[in-house]
Design a protein around this ligand. Structure first.
Ligand SMILES: Nc1ncnc2c1ncn2[C@@H]1O[C@H](COP(=O)(O)OP(=O)(O)OP(=O)(O)O)[C@@H](O)[C@H]1O
Ligand SMILES: [Mg+2]
Length: 473
């Protein structure tokens, strides 16, 4: 972004590579530095205080200025839909312009996890299911079988390649002597299959093929996008087929050898194998397929939340993303990071939840660099955020809290002074208190750049795209 300071007769443009988040009380721009070590960013405060507004601004700028992919995992209130429109609030646009920024729509794509009885939204969306193999792999967690669970766990390796429930039943009957245990497992499995959440019988796909662009026709229109793309401030991420390297050629050799398709390598036609390679590599979980198309997937969890499989479902999604970061050739070789945005994070990882899903979030928070994953979490109840997540939080943006215990927890986690705790309790409407265990980069109105680890108080920069106003449907 460019940064223009106040005195018109002396305007000097400064291009910055950090991510601007707020304007502090000295009229300075407070930014998060760009690092391969992706941070954990917390945004906390009471109801309607400005949390989502700030998180939204960070998301827009990660996408547009850093060109890094994001996945919004937990849209419970359908509040991201409006992000596909550029910011049209006059007062906010004026602030953006003051800092050399421009309103931009965010190219979001809504994803709805499919289950029987799911009510489709009135706009374009993509529905998804879970691959049956992945469901089987995580079935002890999905099925919650209590005593019978260990029997399923023990025999998982025999059923993992099964294609039908009948096949599973036959194998389990063979392996488990106690018939009633098999019956319990199968009854539970059929209850799940009736929900149609896996690609065994769901009408929704478990994968999208990015080589098939028709898969991407159904998504929200992002008004103004074509125009804005022309003036994209950073170069667009590449996607789709890229030039093949020697390593990739070798990969194809081994693939073909294993598949016994070709025995004589000297006759390999590389143009053909290249398309085979990309076809093979282009099948992704819908979230990652959208990410590869430079879109921002938003998972709507309004309806999923009340289902008994909400946590296992989120587990599957997080596990798939983590796995992809370390294993997928494209993401790994291009060193592509991924940001996870979580509204109401305590629904997934909290001090009170004993779910395996929390462990996945903790894993992301703890292994920023090797996984290349950053996280932005939002909550009204900081006290309930999982202890390890709190301790891993690099940047914490705090809005108004009346509750003293919240401020005192923040003080102890972020190593604040007594007076700072008091400041948090006396923040004005939409005022934010930013603290870090790392450092901020700050630009003064005269263009001076400096770094500091001191806490900052100020107001959020508005998002580039439109924010949902209170009461809007
Ligand atoms: N810095 C700001 N300037 C102008 N308007 C703001 C600012 N911060 C927040 N608002 C407005 O205040 C309202 C509430 O903000 P926001 O959506 O961020 O609340 P929240 O803290 O996420 O609340 P909840 O906990 O209910 O989700 C929004 O309509 C938003 O546009
Ligand atoms: Mg909110």
């Amino acid at each position: 972004m460019s940064f223009i300071y106040d005195e018109p007769e002396k305007i000097k443009k400064i291009y910055i590579k950090e991510l601007p988040v707020l304007i502090n009380e000295s009229n300075e721009l407070v930014c998060i530095p760009h690092s391969p070590d992706k941070p954990v960013i917390g945004v906390v405060g009471q109801r309607s205080s400005g949390k989502s507004f700030l998180a939204h601004g960070i998301i827009d700028r990660i996408y547009w200025y850093w060109g890094e992919p994001l996945i919004s995992m937990n849209d419970l209130t359908h509040e991201s839909y409006i992000w596909s429109t550029r910011n049209k609030m006059k007062a906010q646009v004026k602030i953006l312009e003051k800092y050399g920024e421009k309103p931009m729509p965010l190219p979001i794509a809504y994803i709805y996890p499919y289950f029987k009885g799911f009510k489709p939204p009135e706009h374009e969306y993509i529905s998804m299911s879970i691959p049956f193999e992945d469901f089987l792999k995580n079935s002890p967690y999905f099925l919650r079988l209590k005593q019978s669970e260990k029997y399923l766990d023990l025999n998982l390796r025999y059923i993992i390649d099964c294609k039908t429930p009948e096949e599973i039943q036959d194998i389990l009957l063979d392996k488990i002597k106690n018939r009633s245990i098999v019956n319990t497992i199968m009854a539970s499995m059929y209850r799940y299959l009736n929900q149609e959440i896996t690609d065994f019988n769901s009408p929704a796909p478990a994968y999208l093929d990015i080589s098939n662009t028709s898969d991407f026709d159904a998504m929200s229109d992002f008004e103004g996008m074509q125009y804005d793309l022309k003036e994209h401030p950073v170069s667009k991420r590449e996607y789709g087929p890229v030039k093949m390297t020697e390593e990739e050629k070798e990969f194809i050799y081994s693939e073909f050898k294993d598949n016994k398709i070709i025995r004589d390598f000297s006759s390999v036609d590389f143009d053909k194998t290249k398309s085979y390679y990309w076809l093979y590599r282009s099948r992704y979980n819908p979230l990652l397929a959208l990410v590869r198309q430079n879109l921002v997937p938003v998972i709507n969890t309004e309806q999923l939340l009340s289902k008994p499989y909400f946590h296992p479902y989120m587990y599957y999604l997080l596990d798939t993303i983590i796995h992809n970061q370390s294993r997928d050739y494209y993401f790994e070789s291009h060193k592509i990071p991924i940001w996870i945005h979580l509204e109401e994070v305590t629904r997934i990882a909290s001090t009170q939840l004993k779910e395996k899903t929390s462990q996945k979030l903790i894993e992301i928070a703890q292994t920023g660099r090797p996984l290349r994953m950053g996280m932005i979490y939002v909550t009204q109840d900081y006290n309930k955020v999982d202890t390890i997540m709190r301790s891993q939080t690099t940047y914490l943006f705090t809005f108004r809290f009346k509750d003293k215990s919240q401020a005192s927890q923040i003080k102890s986690d972020m190593g604040l002074a007594e007076y700072e705790e008091d400041e948090i309790l006396h923040l004005k409407k939409h005022q934010v208190f930013a603290s870090t265990t790392d450092h901020f980069v700050i630009y003064s109105p005269d263009g001076t750049r400096y770094t500091t680890d001191k806490s900052q108080k100020g107001r959020s920069l508005p998002p580039l795209s439109q924010h949902k106003s209170p009461g809007a449907g």
